[in-house]
Design a protein around this ligand. Structure first.
Ligand code: LR7
Ligand code: MN
Length: 566
């Protein structure tokens, strides 16, 4: 491809349809390596190129560096289906090793050209959209840790081949301390030759995790807009312009593409989008997708972006100065997780917006487990990042999550800076965010007290004894382990755990499903648990619980493990 035809290709952002590429592939003879039956299931891999593991990764995959003929494996996003049983023992070994190392089928990926073409899957109305000539350009930041060569380069080429080059200010690959040899020794040279002068690799001096790795990339970036991507994605035709156009129009918009799936087995890619909106689960601080039904979907235009409460986190564009002003990312977060909710809450609460643009499609390779080392335990890292988010942004709602952790928050470091940031930006409350962005979210009532309910006379605690709703209730010696002795006293005067509430029925204490008519209690200064607006108190006699006239005795005084300060 000479310079001239390359620039023709730039004009035409739909990439492979351009004359330049068409010519290129006509030149290339059908190669016997690509013994694939188009749209059929079996790839016969005779003349395999995957021979020696010792040859340089780059030499081994040399054949991938070209545009392949249309019937080559995986072209146009077609699946590569390999019948593992038909591979030689040596190939099977390699197949398994590569799957284990990546949690996806690298063996299949290594058969697909790093320049593979993808179909244009946009809504027809998107194809009619026009964009200003002078859109601002973007620095694209891609972090990786031990990413497979063919997948990483396909990420890069999918960007270079399907974006107008003048809109790419630079592509910054941030190597988060990979130990795969070829990433350290071959990548820079390959990209110097094949990166159209746009790609630079920067490396973290130690393993940082994706959040600080992104921050390193951000520190190097000079484009007007930042675009973050994962290291195993493929961009569809026309993906970039809609993102940049929305940000250019209003710098407080954070815009994400529709995310399609790349199969971890066959590397098939195209037109299977996952979810329409981002949400999250407050009790475990996990990200979730919401799928809109047809009518809800129809309410959105075919080519109009829609607002989303949260973003998945990996793929989005944002004005760089605005990213700075809004406090970038929380530097104290490790390895993986939490940063997507943190930036989602922050952007909405501090005056910006998050949206998904239906005309921008990027595919992401989803895998069922994380293949790389995390250092510390999974659980500790996720908890640390989530607690940092909750502590700074979630006001009294953080207790919903903390209760589930039994208030064992671990060492989450110092968040003073982040709290200062929130004050400085004058951000709205988390309650506002939930009410505005997620009005249908089901929340437990806010608790004023929680934990054990301990009688002051005998050190006995309310205990469900494993009973289900509908039964009488008892007290037994306190065991300080939460579990069946964990209750919440809510702002509405309910004493509850999960969906069951304590209620007074003619002087007996019952455990019932929380409904509108359950007893409302009052926790008094004298430490009585009184039925609101009555003279009746929760009373312990031996192990039996009842609701009797208040008498100021110790058998009617109770303490809670914790008072929840807002
Ligand atoms: O220590 C690490 N250092 C890294 O550089 C760990 C990871 N990484 C890189 C990694 O190589 C990859 O490029 O960070 C990126 C994300 O890690 P993945 O791909 O292992 O995880 P993921 O796809 O599950 O990540 C999703 O959630 C993360 C939470 O911290 C980030 O927000 C990711 O960007 C996010 N990915 C997406 O949103 C893509 C769409 C998937 C969905 C849903
Ligand atoms: Mn990913």
């Amino acid at each position: 491809v000479n310079r001239n035809s390359e620039s023709q290709q730039i004009q035409n952002s739909s990439g492979f349809k351009s004359p330049a590429i068409a010519r290129d592939h006509e030149k290339q003879p059908i190669n016997s390596k690509y013994l694939v039956q188009r749209n059929s299931s079996i790839v016969k891999e005779k003349n395999t190129t995957l021979v020696s593991v010792k040859v340089s990764e780059r030499d081994r995959l040399r054949h991938l560096e070209k545009l392949a003929p249309p019937d080559a494996p995986g072209e146009f996003g077609n699946p590569v289906q390999i019948d593992r049983r038909k591979l030689s023992p040596e190939q099977q070994k390699r197949y398994d090793e590569l799957f284990k190392r990546n949690s996806f089928n690298q063996y299949a990926s290594d058969m697909i050209s790093v320049h593979r073409r993808l179909p244009d899957i946009r809504n027809p109305s998107c194809k009619q959209e026009t964009y200003p000539e002078n859109l601002p350009s973007t620095s694209i930041i891609i972090c990786f840790h031990n990413e497979a060569w063919s997948v990483l380069l396909r990420t890069v080429h999918s960007i270079l081949n399907r974006s107008p080059l003048h809109l790419i200010h630079e592509i910054l690959l941030v190597d988060d301390f990979s130990d795969l040899e070829f990433l350290k020794t071959e990548l820079d040279e390959y990209l110097a030759e094949n990166g159209k002068g746009k790609v630079r690799v920067v490396r973290t001096p130690k393993r940082e995790g994706l959040i600080r790795a992104r921050l390193l990339g951000y520190g190097e970036a000079t484009g007007e807009i930042l675009t973050f991507l994962d290291s195993h994605i493929e961009c569809f035709p026309g993906w970039l312009e809609p993102l940049l156009a929305r940000v250019a129009e209003n710098h407080t918009r954070v815009v994400a593409p529709v995310i399609d799936m790349i199969s971890d087995r066959s590397l098939a890619c195209g037109g299977n989008e996952i979810g329409n909106l981002g949400t999250f689960e407050i009790a475990n601080m996990g990200f979730n997708w919401l799928t809109l039904n047809k009518t809800e979907k129809a309410k959105h235009g075919q080519s109009e972006p829609w607002k989303t409460p949260t973003i998945a986190g990996g793929l989005f564009s944002m004005n760089r100065a605005y990213f700075t002003k809004m406090g970038t990312y929380d530097h104290g977060m490790d390895i993986w997780g939490g940063e997507n909710l943190e930036i989602s809450f922050r952007v909405w609460m501090c005056g910006g917006s998050l949206e998904i643009h239906p005309c921008s499609h990027v595919a992401h390779l989803f895998r069922s487990m994380s293949p790389y080392k995390w250092g510390k335990s999974f659980r500790d890292i996720l908890r640390k990042n989530a607690v940092r988010t909750a502590e700074v942004w979630m006001d009294e709602y953080k207790h919903i999550y903390y209760e589930r952790l039994n208030y064992d928050l671990g060492d989450f470091g110092d968040v003073t800076d982040r709290k200062d940031l929130r004050n400085r930006l004058g951000c709205k409350s988390f309650g506002w965010y939930l009410k505005t962005m997620l009005p249908d979210m089901k929340l437990p009532e806010t608790a004023l007290y929680s934990g054990e309910v301990r009688n002051m006379e005998k050190g006995m605690c309310l205990d469900t004894m494993g009973t289900t709703a509908g039964n009488k209730f008892q007290a037994i010696p306190c065991h300080h382990q939460g579990g069946n002795q964990f209750f919440r006293f809510t702002v509405n005067g309910h004493i509850e755990r999960d969906s069951a509430c304590l209620t007074d029925q003619d002087g007996s204490l019952l455990y019932v499903l929380c409904k509108r008519n359950v007893t409302k209690w009052e926790y008094t200064q004298e430490k009585e648990i009184r039925v609101q607006n009555t003279d009746k108190c929760l009373t312990l006699s031996s192990r039996t619980l009842s609701v009797l006239p208040c008498n100021n005795g110790l058998n009617q005084k109770w303490t809670w493990t914790r008072k929840i300060n807002k």
